[in-house]
Design a protein around this ligand. Structure first.
Ligand SMILES: Nc1ncnc2c1ncn2[C@@H]1O[C@H](COP(=O)(O)OP(=O)(O)OP(=O)(O)O)[C@@H](O)[C@H]1O
Ligand SMILES: [Mg+2]
Length: 250
């Protein structure tokens, strides 16, 4: 069976310069983390803080700069990626995403989708399931991430929020580190602290914190990286509303 695993991304937002720059700095800082850091979970405490946004933009920029990267959508309960970004297979077939791959007997290469970015592949989730824990706990999921880490420089994993279910901790336990997205002026500090503890418990190093959707003026995006383990500290500025200030590409 000949297959064309290529998709079009119908709705990739065009970012204002300040945000594009902030993502760029996040991307550059990633390269200071060392070559052992390959599987990177993007997670947050609560829903709607901007995990999927940050994962998608980081993945896109990394791919556009020629670094082999794959995005894995591990939000298998309520992913909206396929709809929101208008992902469509060029051959018109249904997208078999991450949960489909885990629950069915298909080859990994059938789940990996090529995109307009030569260095950017993607495994979205297209079949939300009520209880994905069993899939995430499976050996197959761990193996999938390992295989991808062998094939790509970066595996960016878009995770569900940490406060709801244990999925995030499980995913974190399989990754080399996490980027914690925090919605400015929204997520209570003690809950963020709790997320940090959850990541610690999962044995997942905190690589950096993205302060996102900050109200005010400017880019709505702020990035801060810490962690003496990596001996690096950097930050990106930008306060701002962060809501609906970008338009989509026609
Ligand atoms: N920096 C930003 N600038 C503009 N819009 C943003 C930004 N971050 C997030 N958004 C928008 O905010 C909404 C929520 O973001 P997103 O879906 O990425 O959050 P999430 O943390 O993945 O949510 P969920 O927990 O439901 O998976 C989306 O409509 C997204 O496009
Ligand atoms: Mg999301």
């Amino acid at each position: 069976m000949s297959q064309n695993n290529k998709i079009t991304i119908g709705n990739m937002p065009e970012l204002p310069y300040a945000i594009e720059e902030a993502v760029n700095r996040l991307r550059v800082n990633m390269s200071f983390l060392g070559e052992d850091i390959k599987k990177i979970m993007v997670v947050s405490t609560m829903p709607d803080e901007g995990k999927s946004f940050v994962t998608m933009q980081l993945w896109r920029q990394m791919a556009q700069t020629g670094v082999d990267s794959i995005l894995v959508d591990a939000d298998m309960r309520k992913s909206v990626m396929v709809d929101k970004y208008a992902l469509q297979r060029e051959d018109g077939e249904k997208i078999n995403g991450s949960s489909y791959y885990l629950a069915n007997d298909i080859a990994l290469d059938q789940a990996i989708l090529k995109t307009e970015y030569e260095h950017g592949d993607i495994i979205p989730n297209n079949d939300n399931v009520v209880n994905p824990s069993i899939l995430l706990e499976s050996r197959k999921f761990a193996d999938m991430l390992d295989q991808l880490a062998d094939r790509y420089r970066y595996v960016f994993v878009d995770a569900p929020p940490l406060n709801l279910v244990s999925d995030g901790e499980r995913i974190g336990s399989l990754c080399d580190g996490a980027v914690l997205v925090v919605r400015g002026n929204a997520t209570p500090k003690n809950m963020v602290k709790n997320s940090v503890r959850q990541l610690e418990r999962a044995g997942c190093p905190l690589l950096g914190v993205v302060l996102n959707r900050v109200k005010g003026s400017g880019s709505g995006y702020y990035y801060k990286q810490y962690g003496s383990k990596y001996g690096y500290y950097g930050k990106n500025y930008g306060s701002g509303d962060g809501y609906g200030y970008y338009g989509s590409k026609k």
